[in-house]
Design a protein around this ligand. Structure first.
Ligand SMILES: O=C(O)CCC(=O)C(=O)O
Length: 250
């Protein structure tokens, strides 16, 4: 009987707090080397280092390399918007979008880019984005996560947080074009940040640390019952890039 010899080694602890209340559970998925997590009205998959440091380091570089600035040494926050708009990034066409907020136009507290199969514009939170063609780096990541998410993603929203002052406010990915119960594959490179889920009816929160190489998949009814955000963390000084792969149905 050697089966139980390695039992302790195989047991893994979820690296963040999940309530032990009914409706919450997690189990280690050896196949994909991450956790399958159930929360009330939602499902998640979480792999803290889905991408190893070699792929993660290269991805961050690939998304920020450009013709003029050392991507790592540049303090992107310190650049004026006009200066940053003059930088030609080699692989990603970053843009600084504006939204109407309380009757006034305001720049989003992050940069974004939208890539995908379709030539149709995608509208979310009052913003319309026009898809660019996939590139090698994005296709590599998309292919790596397709098996875990068990869907064929056809688009990705990229968000670049220049430092901890950039953030994402509360929202759900519940646009009609994503279908009834969207599967969202969220990939993270660079600075570690908190991804916070908040239940819509009782404001219960789950704080999920997302790091260099983390994959988080959201699925099931989650977008109808929970919102999410990436709050400011002013002590975080480095770039973070998040990619949310999506399936646009129409
Ligand atoms: O940056 C993140 O982790 C979240 C991005 C997000 O909420 C979104 O793209 O809808």
């Amino acid at each position: 009987m050697t089966d139980d010899l390695f039992t302790d080694l195989q047991q893994k602890d979820l690296p963040f707090y999940l309530p032990s209340a009914p409706g919450y559970s997690s189990s280690w998925n050896e196949n994909f080397r991450g956790f399958d997590i159930t929360i009330p009205n939602g499902e998640l998959f979480y792999a803290e280092t889905f991408f190893d440091s070699k792929v993660s380091d290269r991805s961050l570089e690939y998304f920020l390399e450009n013709d003029t600035n050392d991507w790592q040494a540049t303090d992107w926050r310190a650049l004026e918007r006009e200066q940053l708009s003059e930088v030609t990034f080699k692989n990603i066409q970053w843009q600084h979008d504006k939204l109407m907020m309380y009757g006034k136009e305001a720049y989003l507290p992050r940069y974004s880019a939208w890539y995908g199969d379709s030539d149709k514009p995608y509208t979310y939170s009052g913003l319309t984005l026009y898809p660019k063609q996939w590139n090698k780096g994005l296709l590599y990541i998309k292919d790596k996560i397709a098996g875990v998410a068990n869907v064929q993603f056809n688009s990705v929203l990229m968000n670049w947080y220049r430092d901890g002052n950039d953030y994402m406010g509360w929202h759900a990915d519940d646009e009609k074009s994503l279908g009834l119960n969207p599967v969202i594959g969220s990939v993270n490179f660079g600075e570690a940040r908190d991804f916070v889920l908040r239940r819509c009816d009782n404001a219960e929160k789950i704080v999920i640390p997302v790091k260099h190489g983390t994959l988080l998949v959201m699925k099931g009814e989650l977008q109808h019952f929970w919102e999410h955000s990436v709050p400011k963390r002013t002590k975080r000084n480095h770039d973070r890039i998040n990619l949310t792969f999506r399936v646009i149905k129409s």
